[in-house]
Design a protein around this ligand. Structure first.
Ligand SMILES: CC(C)(COP(=O)(O)OP(=O)(O)OC[C@H]1O[C@@H](n2cnc3c(N)ncnc32)[C@H](O)[C@@H]1OP(=O)(O)O)[C@@H](O)C(=O)NCCC(=O)NCCS
Length: 219
C-alpha cells in the first residue's frame, strides 16, 4: 500500500456522515494523492456513503505521508478523549468548513472545528478548539466560546455571550445578548434544550428548557 496523505472523519454516525461531503469538497483541489475515509471503532459496514470505514488502529497502520482527522462526534467528552488519542499519535486536526460559511472580522477559531452550511460568525469572536456549529447556527459579535462546545442546528447566539467549555446548545435555541463587560454566561458543561429562549446566565452543568428558559424539572 502506498504512503499517501490520509484524511479521515472520526465517526460514521449521523454527525460524521453529515460532514463527509464538506471534507470531500475541501480536498477536491489537492493535486497529490490522498485518501479520505471514515474511522469508527464500531464500523457499521466496510463502506459508508462511498468511503471505506476503518477502525482507528487499521487507519494508523496504513502508510501515510501525513494524517489529518476531524472528530465528528457530537458528545463532547467523547470528542475530547478522541482528540487526546489522536494527539498522542501525531495526527493533525482538519477543520471542516462549508463553502458558504460567512466569517467577518477578527474571528479567532481553534483547531478541529466543524462549520456546517449556512453558519455565520460575525466580528470580534473567540472560539476554542473542536467547536461544532451545525446548520444555520450563528455567533454574533463579541462572543467568547470555549473548547468542545456544540451547537445543534439553528442556534442563535447573540452578542456579548460567553459559552464555557463542553456546553451543548440544542436546536433553535435563542440566547439573549449580554452587555459589554457583563456577558450572559452559559456555564461549563451546561445543556440548553432545543427551542429554549435563554434570558439569563446558566450555571455550569445545568440543563435549561423553555421560554423563558428554566432548569429542567426531573421526574
Ligand atoms: C433538554 C434535553 C437535553 C433533555 O433531554 P432528556 O433528559 O432526554 O429529556 P426527556 O426527553 O426525558 O424529557 C424530560 C421532560 O422534559 C421535556 N422536555 C425535553 N426537552 C425539552 C425542551 N427542549 N423544551 C421543553 N421541554 C422539554 C419533555 O417533554 C419531558 O417532559 P415530561 O416529563 O413532562 O414528559 C433534550 O430534550 C434536548 O432538548 N436536546 C437537544 C436536542 C437537539 O437539539 N438535537 C439536535 C441533534 S443534531
Amino acid at each position: 500500500m502506498m504512503a499517501v496523505k490520509r484524511y479521515a472523519i472520526f465517526g460514521a454516525s449521523g454527525c460524521g456522515r453529515g460532514v463527509m461531503p464538506l471534507a470531500r469538497q475541501q480536498l477536491a483541489h489537492l493535486t497529490e494523492p490522498y485518501e479520505l475515509v471514515f474511522v469508527d471503532d464500531n464500523p457499521p459496514a466496510p463502506t459508508c456513503n462511498g468511503h471505506a470505514v476503518w477502525t482507528y488502529a487499521e487507519w494508523l497502520a496504513q502508510p501515510a505521508t501525513s494524517r489529518h482527522i476531524n472528530i465528528a462526534i457530537a458528545n463532547s467528552p467523547v470528542r475530547e478523549k478522541l482528540v487526546q488519542r489522536c494527539e498522542a499519535d501525531g495526527v493533525q486536526f482538519l477543520e471542516l468548513r462549508a463553502a458558504n460559511v460567512v466569517q467577518l472580522d477578527e474571528v479567532h477559531l481553534g483547531e478541529g472545528a466543524i462549520l456546517c452550511p449556512f453558519v455565520t460568525l460575525t466580528s470580534n469572536i473567540r472560539i476554542g478548539r473542536h467547536f461544532h456549529a451545525n446548520l444555520y447556527s450563528y455567533v454574533e459579535h463579541d462572543c467568547v466560546i470555549g473548547d468542545f462546545v456544540t451547537f445543534a442546528p439553528g442556534v442563535m447566539c447573540n452578542g456579548n455571550i460567553v459559552i464555557e467549555d463542553h456546553a451543548y446548545i440544542g436546536t433553535g435555541a435563542v440566547i439573549k445578548q449580554g452587555k459589554p463587560g457583563e456577558p450572559l454566561v452559559i456555564g461549563r458543561g451546561a445543556t440548553v434544550g432545543m427551542g429554549a429562549v435563554v434570558t439569563k446566565s446558566v450555571p455550569p452543568g445545568a440543563t435549561v428548557v423553555g421560554n423563558p428558559a428554566k432548569p429542567m424539572q426531573k421526574g
